[in-house]
Design a protein around this ligand. Structure first.
Ligand code: ATP
Ligand code: MG
Length: 605
């Protein structure tokens, strides 16, 4: 297992063996067992061979289709395991916020989702109707999502921390007919109910029928009287499976529609990138209200028949590590913001736990600072595998996969079956080393099918025939690794140089006093823009002008002369989306006194 440092050319800097935690102040712990596991055979063993030989047509053999090419993603995720030896295998370890553990087997998920599916049918819900789930990460969230997919309705997972505005926007835009929620969250819904003319029923998981009002139904009573038998709806691969809103990092969230045929991409990428195998216990920390939690917290791993963990509790370093040890989690898929918080919590927090079971760690959602990868190598004894994709792409596309060396700071290489490139504004491919727009050929099965009720927005992604424009800027190195630079709108133009915020933020967080950084371009009459950084200090560090100067000097040494932040402002926290992404557009709006735009996804606690 190797880390390869950018611009150093050789693959020597940190191998699992030579970065032995024994070298560090780690309380004398070693992780030989873990390193041995990490070097066992990966599901995808030879990248070049797989890339050259792969066809989506061949991959169909991994998926169960009905006659005439019909398919159902939920059948693949759950019901097919009833006849392949996994019937009594635990599909879900659901850990509540009180740490209570509930286990559901594939058979239990199947029967429970059948009952819920029959209940929805009894309410007149048909193929294509939108049914939203507004629940914390409890069993009913998972069984309901599967149920909706089984009957061919369109699942709309909603993050439980959404406030009434975010909820209203999504429910109104989607024309949801039913929402499944609980008593604690129902208040938020009640306050906007009058603004949702298409909403017919509210199903409440934990309130009895006699305590509910008009068009409200008690989940337990409704579901208990249903049969646990249900034949999954046989869907056309292009029929909608779920409707999910983007994170809202760059503007108003877009409703992205994905289809049942996506299950093939869910299955293959889970197998290659997350490297899941039958005996794994896998934890995706993302909520299903975000695409990662739906695709890689439900459909992808279950299609591979793997036991998943869901954790209802909030982030806290000790609780997370305890959970890993308690359930002996082997594969862990998380996000840079969580990893930066874990880094901030310190090395000792890691060494208080064993974490021996973990053999593979992946990250997605934002650029992963190289410093975090190096830290992960030091404290976990494993490289963190960054990967890049979007709500719109419906599956991971550019990834660090286990059989390739990790270059800290790079998103990795395009997966087999995916062609990615860096192009100019006219769609001409640029050579290695040149900064440009990150595009992919829309020839993989999971590319979005619609932006809900917004054809114009959909067309924008495909403005140049043959390409899907991601809206991100990046470059590719000579080895075919892709490096994220920034959202197209976030790239800073300073004195004729284009600078990506990620590069500057990564240099800042390398300074021991800086826990987090968000960087913007601030208009300047001389330079066009200057680089301004907003930083959050590490625990216990005192703010001072001297420290700011020291941090500036430090980054000056790390970056090209034009790329260091001329202004640094210390903040208690950075504005983030509820999925944990830094909202640079808000930093900019605040700095310039401009309107803030859509902030329905803004994390406010
Ligand atoms: P919106 O489209 O509403 O502005 P969003 O783009 O953040 O929100 P998502 O679809 O959740 O919504 O996120 C996809 C984006 O996240 C990518 O376009 C990219 O900018 C960023 N991203 C995801 N993974 C990575 C990664 N590994 N490295 C860098 N950026 C990433
Ligand atoms: Mg986006």
């Amino acid at each position: 297992m190797k880390l390869v440092e950018k611009n150093k050319g050789t693959e020597v800097s940190h191998s699992a063996a030579n970065s032995s935690p024994q070298d560090e102040n780690n309380g004398g712990k070693t992780r030989p067992e873990l390193i041995k596991k990490a070097s066992t055979r990966a599901n995808l063993e030879n990248y070049e061979e797989a890339y050259a030989g792969f066809s989506w047509q061949d991959a169909r053999k991994e998926i169960s289709y009905f006659a005439d090419g019909k398919v159902n993603a939920a059948h693949n995720a759950v019901d097919r395991h009833l006849n392949n030896g996994r019937r009594n295998k635990v599909a879900l370890y659901a850990v509540g916020s009180d740490n209570k553990l509930e286990k559901l087997t594939f058979q239990e998920i199947s029967e429970q989702s059948n009952r819920i599916g029959n209940a929805l049918k009894s309410l007149g819900i048909k193929k294509g109707d939108r049914v939203f789930v507004f629940l914390p990460r409890v069993c009913e969230l998972y069984t309901s999502t599967i149920a909706i997919a089984k009957i061919g309705a369109v699942a709309g997972p909603l993050f439980s921390a959404f406030g009434p505005d975010a909820l209203r926007d999504r429910l109104r835009d989607s024309g949801a007919k039913v929402i499944i929620t609980n008593a604690a969250l129902k208040d938020k819904l009640d306050s906007i109910r009058g603004q949702l003319p298409e909403l017919e029923y509210v199903i409440v998981t934990d309130v009895e029928q006699n305590k509910l009002g008009h068009q409200e139904l008690g989940f337990k009573e409704l579901v208990a009287k249903q049969s646990d038998k249900l034949n999954c709806e046989q869907m056309d691969p292009d029929d909608p499976l779920y409707l999910l809103y983007t994170s809202g990092t760059t503007g108003k969230p877009k409703g992205i529609v994905h289809v049942h045929g996506d299950i093939i991409g869910h299955h293959m990428t889970t197998k290659w990138v997350l490297d899941l195998r039958d005996d794994d216990v896998y934890w995706c920390t993302a909520d299903p209200g975000w695409v990662t939690g739906t695709v890689y917290g439900i459909f992808g791993p279950w299609s591979n028949g793997v036991s998943c963990v869901s954790y209802e509790g909030r982030f806290d370093a000790d609780s997370w590590y305890k959970l890993i040890d308690k359930l002996k989690i082997t594969v862990w898929y998380t996000a840079p913001t969580a990893l930066r918080m874990l880094m901030k919590a310190g090395d000792d927090a890691v060494y208080r736990h064993s974490l021996e079971s973990v053999r593979h760690i992946c990250s997605v959602g934002e650029p992963l600072n190289p410093e975090v990868v190096r830290w992960g190598m030091k404290v976990y004894g494993l490289p963190i595998h960054d990967n890049w994709w979007q709500t719109e792409t419906g599956m991971q596309l550019i990834c660090n996969i286990p059989c390739l060396p990790v270059k800290p700071g790079s998103m990795g290489k395009p997966l087999p079956g995916v062609y990615a490139a860096i192009v100019d504004d006219e769609g001409n491919e640029l050579e290695a080393g040149k900064l440009g727009k990150l595009v992919v050929k829309p020839t993989f099965p999971n590319i979005l099918r619609q932006v809900w009720r917004n054809q114009e927005k959909y067309n924008e992604y495909f403005k140049i025939p043959g390409w899907y424009f991601s809206g991100d800027n990046a470059w590719k190195d000579e080895d075919g690794y892709f490096w994220f630079v920034g959202r197209a709108d976030d790239v800073i133009n300073t004195a004729g140089h284009r600078v990506g915020p990620f590069e500057v933020e990564s240099a800042l967080v390398e300074h021991p006093s800086v826990a987090e950084a968000g960087v913007i371009g601030k208009p300047d009459h001389e330079r066009g823009e200057i680089i301004k950084a907003f930083i959050v200090l590490s625990n216990g560090v005192e703010a001072s002008d001297k420290l700011i100067e020291e941090i500036k000097d430090y980054t000056k040494k790390q970056l090209a002369a034009h790329a260091y932040p001329r202004e640094i402002e210390i903040k208690d926290s950075l504005p983030k989306t509820r999925s944990g992404k830094i909202m640079r557009r808000l930093l900019k709006a605040w700095e310039l006194g401009l309107p803030t735009g859509d902030i329905s996804s803004l994390e406010d606690d």
